[in-house]
Design a binder for this molecule. Structure first.
Ligand SMILES: [Zn+2]
Length: 137
């Protein structure tokens, strides 16, 4: 994610992302958000929901790492209860339908043995939608 959007998220949710101040041996948020700009709104919505729940319950959740893994979002957070874990799981699920580059509706695709979520415009030539791949193997 670009530095401008990264700083906007850090500034908007200083408590949730306080780990960015810690050594990267303890917390990986110092590396920022290891995913494309297209998921900015998704991450902002998730952080808003987590922060609202934290304020209501007195929890103090700590984001540990946010990245793309196997094509979709992973949002790892410590000191989370089941509700926060469910919010993360729902956002991770939604990321499979949001282009990681631009935020438009997208699909999970295979490309060069990797998985990525992209819209039709950002789909690399030769990629194919994972759910539509005929089982040729
Ligand atoms: Zn796109």
């Amino acid at each position: 994610m670009n530095p401008h959007l990264t700083e906007r998220l850090f500034a908007a949710f200083p408590a949730l992302f306080r780990g960015r101040q810690l050594p990267v041996t303890e917390n990986l948020m110092g590396f920022g958000f290891d995913c494309g700009d297209g998921w900015y709104a998704l991450i902002e919505q998730l952080a808003t929901a987590i922060s609202a729940h934290a304020a209501a319950t007195g929890l103090n959740p700590l984001a540990v790492q946010v990245k793309q893994t196997f094509g979709t979002l992973r949002f790892d957070v410590d000191a989370a209860d089941a509700h926060i874990q469910a919010l993360c799981a729902a956002a991770e699920q939604r990321s499979s339908q949001i282009c990681e580059q631009c935020g438009a509706p997208g699909a999970l695709r295979y490309y060069r043995r990797r998985l990525l979520v992209c819209c039709d415009r950002h789909a690399p030539p030769g990629s194919w939608i994972a759910a539509q791949r005929p089982d040729a193997d």
